[in-house]
Design a protein around this ligand. Structure first.
Ligand code: UD1
Ligand code: CA
Length: 451
């Protein structure tokens, strides 16, 4: 049998007023990537053959994010915000392609697993017209209720429209639904807006399907998967779940996290074997840490590649474009960005390395600064292999320090240094013998005249 086709429709046109933010709700970050990117990643993993995303009018930032994370997805605009069923119908032309399964996923429900979407699809493949993910909420405020009678899903009631008895129903609507593609449009077009909010509720699809003598099924999943993000508080709760999952995955893959709860990961953080991460480390987007590397406490790492056996921190900041070679060492209070630090090179203390390449085994002394910015443009510094930069030196870019060269402490280097030489870029020391004694003599004279 040929594989079933599946259209995913991601709803992301809501205003998200409860977030109290200028940013569209689905663009808020969770574990370093937008809610929307999480959902698009999950539907991708559920084997869909087409993806439609419904956004609000003028949401160029959302459209750009969709292009970035799911270039094949098609964007549809819901011009007026008239409810979830109305939003789904914005993707009418995609629905008309008659896929076998249609998955409807809310852009504000980022923790749903691809396996649960697959379970919904399996129910549709078995002949149901509607399948819905439900969960038992610790606090059911704001969720629709799944009304199940004799093992069958008979209706979904929005909280505002539910009777007191229905509100007590333990199973809540997660908002993730599958529809049989051949009947979806007929069901959706029958949905009206006769409810408290005068909105077209997708949840009415259940009763309508039953009225058409079709069947609806509820599939129960864990609460954590179904956490919807409507407020900053719910965003923080979802973040806690996402972090817990990422830490568990890292531990399962053999990473040593000494105090897992204090380490913040990003959805795309990648670790090799025998990596050790000490307490209180933050990983942002696009970080890879290779085998045997150690990340010491209080380090902040974004967009960086940490090579085999390298050592970072404590208190190091690696910014985007950092690449550390095998065994490189970046110590305390060192900031690195757009930098290639080759194998065995070290910058152990108090340094800024920006727009730079540092050759193998070079030693960057404490307090070295690459002066990469002249107020208008950025310039590069090249430091050759085995070079030795004395403490408290300023390397004024663009500048090259040749292989094996020495730069004397406290130098301000403005010109290229050839290989294997010594550069001293500082004024000569002046010593005035007896100067301090004379000064003290003058001071004591002054005191005597005052008395
Ligand atoms: C919805 C469900 C509720 C469920 C809950 C789960 C409906 C009517 N209610 O309520 O049963 O328990 O999710 O989290 O479906 N959206 C649009 N256009 C619109 C309205 C909404 O694109 O006109 C999008 C939103 O961006 C959001 C999603 O649809 O991603 C859900 O909308 P939201 O207003 O958050 O619905 P809830 O009140 O949470
Ligand atoms: Ca919601």
């Amino acid at each position: 049998m040929a594989a079933r086709t599946c259209l995913a429709i991601v709803l992301a046109a809501g205003e998200g007023t409860r977030m109290r933010s200028a940013r569209p709700k689905v663009l808020h970050p969770l574990a370093g990537r937008s809610l929307l990117a999480h959902v698009l990643g999950t539907v991708g993993a559920a084997g869909v053959t087409a993806t439609a995303v419904v956004i609000g009018p003028g949401e160029d930032v959302a459209a750009a994010e969709i292009k970035r994370v799911a270039p094949a997805a098609e964007c549809f605009v819901q011009h007026e915000r008239r409810g979830t069923a109305h939003a789904v119908l914005a993707a009418r032309t995609a629905i008309k392609q008659r896929p076998d399964d249609i998955l409807i996923v809310y852009g504000d429900t980022p923790l749903v697993h691809a396996a649960s979407l697959a379970r919904l699809r399996a129910v549709i493949a078995d002949g149901a017209a509607v399948a819905v993910l439900g969960f038992r909420a610790s606090d059911s405020t704001g969720y629709g209720r799944l009304i199940v009678e004799g093992g069958e899903l008979v209706a979904i009631r929005e909280e505002a429209d539910a009777s007191a008895r229905e509100r007590k129903t333990a199973l809540c609507n997660g908002g993730t639904m599958a529809l049989a593609g051949n009947i979806a449009l007929a069901i959706l077009e029958r949905i009206g807006d006769h409810n408290r909010k005068h909105e077209f509720y997708l949840t009415d699809a259940v009763e309508i399907a039953r009225g058409m003598a079709l069947s609806a099924v509820a599939v129960e999943v864990e609460e954590d998967e179904m956490r919807g993000v409507n407020t900053k508080n719910q965003l923080a709760e979802a973040e806690a779940v996402a972090q817990q999952r990422l830490r568990q995955a890292a531990l399962d893959a053999g990473v040593t996290l000494i105090a897992p709860d204090t380490v913040y990961l990003c959805a795309d953080t990648k670790f090799g074997r025998d990596v050790v991460v000490e307490p209180f480390v933050v990983f942002g987007e696009k970080v890879t840490v290779e085998d045997g590397a150690v990340i010491h406490s209080f380090s902040h790492i974004v967009g960086a590649h940490v090579g085999k056996g390298a050592s970072v921190g404590p208190f190091a900041r690696l910014r985007p474009g950092t690449r550390l070679g095998e065994g490189a060492r970046i110590g305390n209070f060192v900031e690195v960005k757009e930098a290639l630090i080759e194998a065995g090179a070290k910058a152990n203390h108090l340094t800024y390395l920006g727009d730079v390449s540092v050759g193998a085994n070079a030693n960057i002394g404490a307090g070295t600064i690459t002066c990469n910015y002249d107020g208008a443009a950025k310039h590069r510094t090249e430091i050759g292999r085995d070079a030795f930069i004395g403490s408290n030196s300023a390397l004024v870019a663009p500048v090259k320090i040749g292989e094996g060269s020495y730069v004397g402490s406290g130098s301000v280097i403005t010109q290229d240094v050839p290989a294997d030489s010594l550069a001293l870029g500082r004024s000569r020391q002046v010593v005035k013998e007896g100067w301090a004694t004379r000064l003290r003599g003058l001071k004591s004279l002054g005191k005597k005249t005052k008395a």
